[in-house]
Design a protein around this ligand. Structure first.
Ligand SMILES: [Zn+2]
Length: 136
């Protein structure tokens, strides 16, 4: 029970990858701009060196972010779209277990993890019991 409350603050894998891609792109651009300051303010040889280092690290960060976006794209092609039992919206599951993109509920496709209320359709007998106990 404790774990669920902590975990709810984290986002789904797809959102996480998008966030890291964005952060790396912003960081790379910031480094390039900071490096250019070495040329703009005429700090001489040290300034030019700073600009070169900033450009190289910035370019590497932006390349890494492109790699992350590419990986996220590859992963989302293998994602399974399910209707979240918590909020009723269609969300993507990457891998066996992922969180709902809207309400952060943990959803699992693994039958071993199937609880009383999971992403999988429940057994007919159980489903009848559930609808009887949780009538809105
Ligand atoms: Zn949801």
């Amino acid at each position: 029970m404790k774990e669920v409350t902590i975990v709810r603050f984290r986002s789904s894998k797809a959102n996480e990858f998008r966030l890291w891609g964005l952060l790396l792109t912003m960081g790379g651009m910031l480094l390039m701009i900071l490096g250019l300051a070495g040329i703009v303010f005429e700090w001489g040889a040290a300034g030019r060196l700073l600009a070169a280092i900033g450009m190289v690290i910035g370019a590497i960060l932006m390349l890494a972010s492109m790699g992350i976006y590419f990986a996220a794209g590859m992963m989302s092609t293998s994602a399974v779209v399910v209707v979240c039992p918590e909020c009723g919206k269609a969300t993507k599951i990457i891998g066996k277990t992922d969180r709902c993109m809207f309400c952060k509920t943990i959803l699992s496709l693994d039958p071993a993890h199937a609880p009383s209320e999971g992403a999988l359709p429940a057994e007919p007998a159980k489903a009848g019991q559930e609808s009887a106990s949780t009538t809105p």
